[in-house]
Design a protein around this ligand. Structure first.
Ligand code: DMJ
Length: 690
């Protein structure tokens, strides 16, 4: 651990870090060119080998599908909000991984104008149809690739390392396509082969998010590409607002993880710091520190709850444009692992204290059953509304409770207590079983705990099976944890819940035509919903028959059929495999990986894309590669097929964007520094009467 070696926080704009970088650059300018040339040569020869191993299939998009057009309207700005009141699609976006369900333009238009538009539209459609405009799109795709390995049957002697190599190939193709068509851009649209920036000069969204996956996969030349770009071009001194949470989990998390992995595993993607042209050895940490100094300004609110956004150049937190000015609860409570690890690395206590204080302010609201509403005001630290869910805006609040406990080597018992309380609350208020088959789901309470349960589950909720298992064993295998005196019936029950939810999440994939989950699934449940204690006995296999009974339990609305390459289910499969050792989780992961290869790969080694409709074959493509495809989804596939000693679960903690940090001891410098207010058995705070 180092402590702010260059003391750069005292002068964030021009610290010694910057001087070092400039000096390195000046001294090595000539050498860099030579390195660049040799990197390119290596790349070319590597790609020649890749070509033989991995030829990209064809796929079929339908640009005429009305579903696609609907999705493009709602998700058209990539789920980002530039200005909620006046969404301007052309301005540089502020990234948000949430759909703003604002309706299409409400401006009223004279009817004759609308008619004319409709008329022109139909003429264009007829023209394209007649002259083969649509069929041409189809000609460039096939519905299934012809890789022989995709058809191989699972036997007893599976070579998991060979399977893992196919994941590496998928990563290389994705990265190289991005490098070819959109290098340095924050977004990549692989069908139109275009990139787009989120801030004026780009903030390395894809490069930084993908970096530690490349280190783990030992992709040396590609790590060099990324490192060079970060060294030469990455600047956070940009007069633009960014989302506090997304920038923290992806950029700060990515840089910190790259720092950790490259120090902990110097043999992986080895970078020789004394090579001519190589940037300074603390490049990742220096960039992380500079970014954190800007992001920390989000915490300067009256309550200490961070604002939704930050202007990076101005070091200024910005209140949310939407949601009545409230921040998302999960977003304010999913910054702690990153700022605490940075505090540990630099010795800068203010990072720790500001992140820690958020947890106190949230907890002081006294949420019943430990279940928090999904919005909170930065101004006064009070919750907004009563909408409770473990999907978007609620999810990682719960995830970071147990992970904060593990990060500091189980020294902060307050977070275990909060996690246990919340999990009990989930059981009591959100868990129920589907009909007729009896799958376990986590529903939502959109109007508060006293109001009806909505049987809706975002794919995002599928982080829960793995996280529950992680909480139950602390990252040990189940077999090892069971031998400890601390193992109780509660741990048994948690593992059962984890297994049941894992099966439900896998069912979301099995239900869809492409084998790729939708964004949201609804379930058929009893009225009133069955209690968590109710008997239930779902079938262990998903019968592939199109009319199989289990299919009646699931429903997917036409608005929700998109698949954004999300990681949560493979993330949980990874934890479940490591913890239970049950081979089926690896096999499910392999099946899912094959579905991604079958239905999201683009022609001409164009990479992989999100889908607007994953419930039709051929699927409808969306022309976007999410950075978490590289940072999370492919990383979790890689880890799932890797030997278990790669990132052992009992010594690391993995952030919500799949960036790995070490567990560590709290030094005397750091403390939790707060206590929970006394509360009753439902978790409500007991007010003292004076
Ligand atoms: C990622 O940015 C993170 O996993 C986050 O916690 C949730 N959304 C995406 C992936 O779905």
């Amino acid at each position: 651990m180092i402590r702010d070696p260059f003391n750069i926080h005292r002068n964030p704009a021009s610290g010694l870090a910057i001087i070092r970088t400039a000096a390195t650059r000046a001294a090595t300018d000539l050498g860099e060119k030579a390195v660049e040339a040799s990197i390119n040569a290596i790349e070319k020869s590597k790609q020649a080998v890749d070509d033989m191993a991995f030829s990209i299939p064809k796929n079929v998009p339908s640009f005429s599908n009305p579903q696609r057009q609907l999705e493009d309207r709602v998700w058209g700005n990539g789920g980002r909000s530039s200005n909620f009141l006046n969404p301007d699609r052309n301005s540089l976006p502020m990234y948000k991984d949430k759909p703003y369900a604002y309706p299409p333009s409400q401006r009223s238009r004279p009817i004759w104008r609308r008619k004319r538009v409709i008329g022109v539209f139909f003429l264009v459609v007829i023209f394209l149809y007649h002259f083969g405009g649509f069929s041409k799109q189809h000609d460039t795709f096939t519905s299934r690739p012809s890789w022989s390995w995709l058809k191989s049957e699972s036997g007893a002697n599976v070579d998991w390392i060979e399977r893992r190599e196919h994941v590496v190939d998928a990563f290389k193709v994705s990265w190289d396509s991005y490098h070819r068509y959109a290098w340095g851009h924050d977004e990549f649209h692989p069908i139109t082969k275009k990139g787009r920036q989120m801030v004026p000069h780009g903030m390395g969204w894809i490069i930084v998010d993908a970096l530690d996956t490349m280190i783990l996969m030992n992709l040396t030349s590609r790590v060099s590409q990324a490192r060079e770009w970060i060294s030469k071009y990455l600047s956070y001194d940009q007069d633009h607002d960014v989302n506090t949470f997304e920038t923290t989990i992806r950029m700060l998390g990515g840089l910190l993880s790259a720092h950790y992995l490259s120090n902990e595993f110097p043999q992986l993607a080895a970078q020789k710091d004394d090579d001519p042209g190589a940037p300074g050895e603390d490049l990742y940490l220096e960039k992380a520190k500079d970014l954190a100094d800007r992001l920390i300004s989000a915490f300067d609110s009256p309550s200490g709850i961070p604002y939704a956004s930050v202007n990076l150049a101005k070091y200024e937190g910005l209140i949310s444009h939407a949601d009545g000015g409230a921040s998302s609860t999960a977003e304010t409570t999913t910054l702690q692992l990153e700022f605490k690890y940075l505090a540990k690395l630099t010795g800068e206590k203010y990072f720790w204290d500001k992140a820690e204080k958020v947890m106190k302010v949230v907890d002081d609201n006294g949420a019943e059953g430990g279940l928090v509403p999904i919005y909170i005001y930065a101004e006064d630290g009070k919750f907004r509304g009563e909408n409770i869910r473990l999907g978007s805006r609620g999810d990682s609040y719960y995830e970071y409770l147990i992970k904060q406990y593990l990060q500091t080597s189980k020294q902060e018992s307050i977070y275990l207590e909060m996690w246990d309380e919340a999990l009990q609350g989930v059981r009591k208020h959100l868990v129920t079983y589907t009909e007729p088959s009896g799958y376990t789901i986590i529903g939502e309470r959109p109007e508060g705990l006293e109001k009806p349960l909505s049987p809706k589950m975002d794919h995002l909720v599928c982080f829960m099976p793995g996280t529950i298992a992680l909480g139950a064993t602390g990252g040990l295998t189940e077999a090892a944890a069971k031998k400890l005196p601390t193992w109780t019936k509660k741990n048994e029950d948690d593992m059962r819940l984890a297994r049941e939810l894992m099966q439900t999440c896998w069912g979301m994939y099995k239900w869809m035509a492409t084998g790729l989950a939708p964004e949201i699934t609804y379930f058929n449940i009893a009225d009133p919903p069955l209690l968590e204690s109710a008997p239930h006995n779902p079938p262990l296999q998903f019968d592939p028959d199109a009319n199989a009974e289990w299919r009646k339990d699931f429903t997917v609305h036409s608005n929700d059929v998109h698949n954004l390459q999300r990681p949560e289910t493979v993330e949980s499969l990874f934890y479940m495999w490591r913890i239970t050792g049950e081979r089926k989780y690896r096999e499910w992961g392999w099946e899912m990986f094959k579905s991604f290869m079958n239905y999201t790969a683009l022609d001409d080694e164009g990479g992989f894309t999100s889908l607007s409709n994953a419930n039709t074959i051929p699927p409808v493509t969306k022309d976007n590669m999410e950075s978490f495809w590289l940072a999370e989804t492919l990383k979790y596939f890689y880890l799932l097929f890797s030997p278990n000693d790669l990132l052992p679960l009992d010594s690391v903690v993995i952030n919500t964007e799949a960036h790995a940090f070490p567990r560590f001891q709290m030094s005397p410098l750091f403390s939790t520094g707060w206590e929970r207010k006394p509360r009753d058995k439902d978790g409500k705070i007991i007010e003292h009467v004076h």
